[in-house]
Structure formats: structure tokens, C-alpha cells
Design a protein around this ligand. Structure first.
Ligand SMILES: Cc1cc2nc3c(=O)[nH]c(=O)nc-3n(C[C@H](O)[C@H](O)[C@H](O)COP(=O)(O)O)c2cc1C
Length: 329
């Protein structure tokens, strides 16, 4: 039987399928089920500083309105009422972590530099195996150059890796001008893995109502081509573990990710679409392929189709094929 075990940021995993940060981690029962059906690890959905700020503002707003209706309201809340801050999230991360034996990773999206450090420390105290930095910006402000946004990311990575002793992964967006340069800079600042890539809400327009539509649309397997290219280009050029994320929808997709050089894959949409038992379907497909090919371990074929190992290395850099473009009718 093929051995699917691997390591991610130094953490041993029984297989390379990690449940990505998503609503799956909203319920401990679902996390337990993910483990039962074979998941190698799970990332808990992000602690969002903005959400905490929003909750605090909602609480302040509620107290202010209540005081307007009844001036005694402030004095009737003694000791003074505060929103839960990150406490609720932290308690729930710890509870989830204790409920399973597979490694659990936390994820953080903060705004202020102090919060990145403080929340990272607090998440570490929950006993998680590692921490994912979920940093993204929709760079809509023409006054802010890309270099400034990148520098903010580098500063965050540096301050978080210095503040915690658990391994840190950085989940990137696919919109950097030079992904390899960004990866090298975060490696210098102490990260242990990079997740390629996060996937954002893609606003749409309802032409009947003439309004903005912000529905959650799940990914498709076709979207895997973008991270696949970047994993293949980065393999062998960085010491960071490469986690391929976005568009992994089958065991065959996991095979492709590992051939390109990924240490692990992260999966959300395929599981939300097909249910958690689909984890075992994907793993059986991976195992079946390995047995058919005569591979005993993932290491035997990891990176075999990365840029440095293919006959046509330029193939991963080529943006347009004239012959293919001309052949399209
Ligand atoms: C319902 C839902 C919630 C998500 N929540 C988070 C989150 O809290 N933090 C994060 O970094 N990514 C979050 N993501 C993004 C996923 O982790 C993943 O990067 C993305 O869905 C691409 O993977 P997929 O193609 O397997 O869906 C979420 C995705 C979904 C569908």
C-alpha cells in the first residue's frame, strides 16, 4: 500500500490533504468528521481583526442606543459590558484542537501591526501546530504603489515570526508582479511555508436589478492551473514548503500538485460541494494512481514535473503559444 505521509512546515501529516480555512471549521463535529474520513490536517477559518472591531462597534452602538432610550442602561451593566474580542475565537480554536488528533493550524487576518503580533501570540497559546498569515489587499488605491503593499506584508511576516515559536505559513494572493521575489523575501523573514493561492470573492453584476452581487461562488478544477504553474516554477528555488490551494477537486488534482512540487494541498470548495467523505475518495484516487505507477512514497514523484525537471523548462514561463493561438478558429 502506498505511503501518503508527508511533512508540512516540519509537522508530520498522515497524508497531504489539508482542509483549507473555511466554514467547515465552524463546527467541531465537522472537524471530527473530516479527521474520520482521512484529512491530514485542517486550517481553522481566520481570526479577523476587522470582525472583532465590528463586534466592538456594534456593542458600543447598542449601548449608546439603549442609553438613549433608558439613561440607566449603562449603570445596569456592571461590570462594564465589553464585546468578547478575540477570546471567543481563541476558546473555540483550542476546543477544536483538543477534539481531534490531526494537526490543526490557525489563521490570522489582522489590520494593525500590534494586533498581528498580539493575536499571533494568543493563537499560539491555543496549542495549534502552526499559524497561517492570511494577508490580502485589493489594491484599489492609485496612490499606494505595489512596493509599499509588499513591504507591509514583509513587515508583518517578520514581526509574527519573531513573536511566535510555532511555524508560520503565508497565504498569498495571486496578484503579485513577481511572486518568486515575494516568496524569497518572506522566506528571509522566517516563514516556513507559502500557500499558493488564496481565492477572493469575485463581485458580479445582476443586469436585471442593475446591482452588485457578492455571492460566494465555489472554485472549479480549471482554476488550479494558476497555482500549479507557480508551484512548478518555485519548486527547488525556495526552502519553503509549497501548499497548493485553489481548484483542487480530485485525487488527480492532488497528483498534479505533487508532480509540480507541492508538499501539500489545501481544499475547501470540493468538500463544500461534495461533502466531507469526498476526502477519502480523493485520497483513494491518489493512492490508486501511485500504485498503478509503482510509487511507494510521495517523495518519489514530488517535483518530477516542476520547471527544473521538465525537458522544456521554458514551457512554464511561456505566456502565449503562437501556434496554439493561430490554430484556434
Ligand atoms: C466559505 C468559505 C470560507 C472561507 N474562509 C476563509 C478564511 O477564513 N480564511 C482564509 O484564509 N481563507 C478562507 N477561505 C478561502 C479558502 O481557504 C481557499 O483559499 C479558497 O476557497 C480556495 O480553495 P478551493 O478552491 O479549494 O475552494 C474560505 C473559503 C470559503 C469557500
Amino acid at each position: 500500500m502506498a505511503d501518503l505521509s508527508t511533512t508540512y512546515m516540519g509537522v508530520p501529516l498522515k497524508n497531504p490533504l489539508i482542509v483549507a480555512a473555511s466554514s467547515i471549521s465552524n463546527y467541531v463535529d465537522k472537524v471530527k468528521r473530516a479527521e474520520e474520513v482521512g484529512a491530514g490536517a485542517l486550517v481553522i477559518r481566520s481570526l479577523f481583526e476587522e470582525q472583532i472591531q465590528h463586534d466592538e462597534m456594534t456593542m458600543a452602538d447598542f449601548l449608546e442606543r439603549a442609553a438613549y432610550i433608558s439613561p440607566e442602561v449603562h449603570s445596569s451593566f456592571y461590570p462594564p459590558v465589553e464585546s468578547g474580542g478575540p477570546r471567543e475565537h481563541l476558546m473555540w480554536v483550542e476546543k477544536t484542537r483538543r477534539a481531534v488528533s490531526m494537526p490543526i493550524f490557525a489563521s490570522l487576518n489582522a489590520v494593525s501591526p500590534g494586533a498581528w503580533v498580539e493575536y499571533a501570540r494568543q493563537l499560539q497559546e491555543t496549542g495549534v501546530a502552526g499559524l497561517e498569515i492570511n494577508y490580502y489587499v485589493v489594491a484599489a488605491d492609485p496612490d499606494v504603489p505595489g512596493s509599499e503593499l509588499e513591504q507591509r506584508l514583509f513587515d508583518i511576516v517578520e514581526s509574527v515570526t519573531q513573536a511566535v515559536s510555532i511555524p508560520v505559513a503565508v497565504k498569498l494572493s495571486p496578484y503579485y508582479t513577481s511572486t518568486p521575489n515575494v516568496v524569497r523575501e518572506i522566506e528571509k523573514r522566517g516563514a516556513k511555508a507559502v500557500v499558493l493561492f488564496n481565492r477572493f470573492l469575485q463581485p458580479d453584476i445582476d443586469i436585471d436589478e442593475e446591482t452588485l452581487v457578492n455571492d460566494m461562488v465555489l472554485s472549479s478544477s480549471r482554476e488550479m492551473k494558476v497555482p500549479l504553474r507557480w508551484v512548478a516554477l518555485l519548486y527547488g528555488r525556495t526552502k519553503l514548503d509549497l501548499a497548493l490551494n485553489t481548484g483542487v477537486h480530485s485525487g488527480r488534482d492532488i497528483v498534479k500538485a505533487i508532480l509540480a512540487g507541492a508538499s501539500v494541498v489545501q481544499v475547501a470548495s470540493a468538500l463544500l460541494e461534495n461533502g466531507l467523505p469526498y476526502i477519502s475518495t480523493m485520497l483513494l484516487e491518489l493512492q490508486g494512481w501511485m500504485e498503478e505507477k509503482g510509487y511507494d512514497t510521495l517523495a518519489e514523484f514530488r517535483g518530477k514535473v516542476s520547471q527544473q525537471n521538465v525537458l522544456d523548462p521554458f514551457g512554464f514561463e511561456r505566456a502565449q503559444y503562437m501556434k496554439l493561438l493561430m490554430a484556434q478558429q
